[in-house]
Design a protein around this ligand. Sequence first.
Ligand SMILES: C=CC1=C(C)c2cc3[nH]c(cc4nc(cc5[nH]c(cc1n2)c(C)c5CCC(=O)O)C(CCC(=O)O)=C4C)c(C)c3C=C
Ligand SMILES: [Fe+2]
Ligand SMILES: [Fe+2]
Length: 365
Amino acid sequence: MSQYWQEPAYTHGTAPRTGVLLVNLGTPTAPTAAALRPYLKEFLSDPRVVEIPRPIWWLILNGIILNTRPAKSAKKYASVWTSEGSPLKVHTEKQAKLLAGFLAQAGQRELHVSWAMRYGQPSIRSQLDAMRAAGCTRILVVPLYPQYAASTTATVVDEVANCLRHWRNLPEVRYVRSFGDDPGYIEALAASVRAHWQRNGQADRLVLSFHGIPRRSLDLGDPYHCECYKTGRLLGEALKLAPERLIVSFQSRFGKAEWLKPYTQPTLEELGGSGVGSVDVMCPGFVSDCLETLEEINMECREAFLHAGGKQFSYIPCLNENQPWIEALTTLSLNHLGNWLSIAPPDAASLARQASRARELGAGA
Ligand SMILES: C=CC1=C(C)c2cc3[nH]c(cc4nc(cc5[nH]c(cc1n2)c(C)c5CCC(=O)O)C(CCC(=O)O)=C4C)c(C)c3C=C
Ligand SMILES: [Fe+2]
Ligand SMILES: [Fe+2]
């Protein structure tokens, strides 16, 4: 029989285990109105996402939005859905597998790497529970949003804290706040643009379209706007692109209030109508292609630009499973894991050598 002073099983004779949890926004389980409704309800009920006072917003959400938007959004999702499911889910899952492979190659085989969605499945709660069952006593949370916003990064941290409220024996927790100026991430973006230019030539303008947030959030002190412009500036510098050829804009406006400007679609229409023949468009605020990039940008905005008189619209995909990005994510994770690492991480050169081997392992997993 165990004695009351006995060490708990998870610390008894074993080294503390560390987990890495990648978190993205969330996505419906099917491109149908029935699947969209609970997803949108959970997402749009989050006071970090919609900051309208609750009784008013509750009436608008339940009385109007949840009766109209699910069907409209379902049609859009259907246009980008893949045989493996929603693009956001497919890429996030692959990124987690690749990261686990790269980290293992960097000597960190004991790490428990998993992924979750802030809204929908797999939930943060279920993945934290799995980490606890696996004996994790240290957890690094990596929200997959390069630029910090209260409506994205902060709500992930809220949810982690909310789940841990029910644990008696808390793990140590760290989180990556943002990485929009991380050299590895900027270089991964630059490599992707360079590769695109090599294949297709360089367009008259490079448009960087970020997801928008309400203008009011900026006025209240949300640093998202500044972080987007910093990413844009650093990417322009990495590409040695003249500042006048690079445009930052904001997409996905929701509702009637003012959001961050300039808005992407009117910007593209203006460019198309004013004789700018060709644009390359990229979405550096998303690490994975999703509805907002594949449908809103590569379908709706493409059409708007061409209709306004533009001649050539090129969409540069998100970083998805690109090797430089997975390497950057590995380095970012190693840096944040810091003194939690079981053995010292390798230097950058040997990490790069190991990366292609890890990629084969991860892709085959
Ligand atoms: C209602 C307000 C919204 C805010 C604020 C917001 C901020 C925000 N969102 C992302 C990233 C993504 N958003 C995605 C979809 C999406 N976003 C909103 C609304 C807000 N987003 C809605 C209603 C939807 C659902 C789709 C629709 O009905 O239009 C996605 C894609 C999900 C997918 O399944 O593919 C991402 C990713 C960021 C980065 C951000 C603030 C910086
Ligand atoms: Fe969004
Ligand atoms: Fe959208």
